[in-house]
Ligand binder design. Structure first.
Ligand code: NAD
Ligand code: GLY
Length: 362
């Protein structure tokens, strides 16, 4: 097992990564739960696969252990679902010392974390991520929230978990598209901040495609290290550092919205978005064409899209204008200076953007 820490003073917390960790959850998390009341929140896909294993691990460590099974899907990352969780907490008379445990992908972690952030003004929660995306990104860093009909993640709070437990065994049941969507976020870390990691991913790409557990453990650990470091320095996205984690996301959110949520997975849209950010950076004269080709080659080898769907440049731009990062009506983009070095900027030639968006013309 590998373990690392998100260093946030007295709110620091461990991330455990390894095989068979659900069975070991009592030894790893028992002290944190400390004979208190706990609620496992999961969904109807993950519950039959993993809830019993987690429950068995934790049972002896809780005064009372309950479960709540939500409906699967991004469309259920909503205030209504959050209300269901809050109702369950009230019904169980959970005290302020209670603990909520989110077992599932990013949707479960985000909505359950948001409920934990608000119930009695905040109770502790533990992330048990079961998708690759959740293990490398959403379970770490304390962004919690739900969608609003007007936009994704519009309502939420920063609320750090008290531990993250990433069991690699859970990734074996993840379907191929979901797994590859998680790989897009893995590549993102190399691109924004860690050129040697990007090079390592190129070498390891065949093993990653085969879900080799040893290679996956290394990749997940590296991503969590980078994310922990970024979060420790810029927890609430104030200094401009954490915003770099959004490479490819403005283009990607545009694609997701243009396709209707669910049409393209988030990671698929981010992959095409990272290629667009790279191409635009090359048009601006910042990134070498050879580097763009490396990015395209790696994402393509990992089975990810490397171009936007033919939704039309104007439509894509309209959707990108709704991005939360934008300031004073102006697009804010994360772009690349080289592999391993990203910047956030509002200052770019509009022509380079329009030429890049032309890739989305039918
Ligand atoms: P998800 O939670 O919808 O999971 C994807 C699918 O896989 C779902 O159908 C889920 O039920 C299923 N699943 C989960 N674990 C499984 C397993 N082990 N085996 C088989 N099936 C499994 O989606 P996701 O990709 O994990 O997360 C996406 C969400 O995360 C989005 O809502 C996004 O906004 C959010 N997100 C949040 C952050 C953050 O910092 N909080 C960062 C990135 C993304
Ligand atoms: N996934 C972006 C962030 O956590 O800031």
């Amino acid at each position: 097992m590998r373990s690392l820490e998100v260093a946030l003073g007295n709110r620091s917390y461990p991330i455990y990564i390894g095989e068979n960790l659900l069975a070991d959850s009592g030894a790893l998390l028992g002290q944190l739960i400390d004979a208190r009341q706990a609620l496992i929140v999961t969904n109807d896909v993950v519950a039959p696969l993993y809830a019993d294993r987690l429950r068995a691990g934790l049972l002896d460590h809780c005064a009372r252990l309950e479960g709540l099974v939500l409906r699967d899907g991004e469309e259920h990352k909503s205030l209504d679902t959050m209300a269901l969780i809050l109702d369950a907490l009230v019904e169980q008379r959970m005290g302020r010392d209670g603990c909520l445990i989110a077992l599932g992908g990013g949707v479960t972690g985000d909505v359950a974390g948001f409920a934990a952030a608000t119930y009695q003004r905040g109770i502790s929660f533990i992330q048990v991520p079961t998708t690759l995306l959740a293990q490398v990104d959403s379970s770490v860093g304390g962004k919690t929230g739900v969608n609003h009909p007007a936009g994704k993640n519009l309502i939420g709070a920063f609320h750090q978990p008290s531990a993250v437990l990433a069991d690699l065994d859970t990734l074996t049941t993840l379907d191929e598209r979901q797994y590859r969507a998680g790989l897009a976020e893995v590549v993102k870390y190399g691109l924004i901040i860690d050129a040697p990691f990007f090079g390592w991913l190129e070498q390891a790409s065949t093993a990653l495609n085969a879900r080799d557990p040893a290679v996956l453990a290394q990749a997940i650990e590296r991503c969590c290290m980078i994310k922990s470091d970024v979060v420790a320095q810029d927890e609430q996205e104030r200094s401009g550092l954490r915003v770099l984690l959004n490479l490819g996301h403005t283009f990607g959110h545009g694609i997701e919205r243009a396709m209707g949520f669910g049409g393209w997975l988030h990671g698929e849209a981010v992959a095409a978005g990272m290629v667009m950010a790279a191409q635009m950076s090359a048009r601006l004269g910042w990134l070498e064409e050879a580097e763009v080709s490396r990015i395209v080659r790696l994402l393509q080898f990992l089975g990810l899209p490397i171009a936007p769907p033919p939704v039309g440049a104007a439509k894509l731009l309209d959707h990108m204008r709704l991005d939360k990062k934008n300031r004073h009506g102006q697009l804010v983009l994360v772009l690349l200076q080289e592999i391993g070095s990203a910047i956030v900027t509002q200052d770019f030639d509009e022509g380079a953007l329009m030429q890049t968006l032309a890739a989305a013309e039918p």
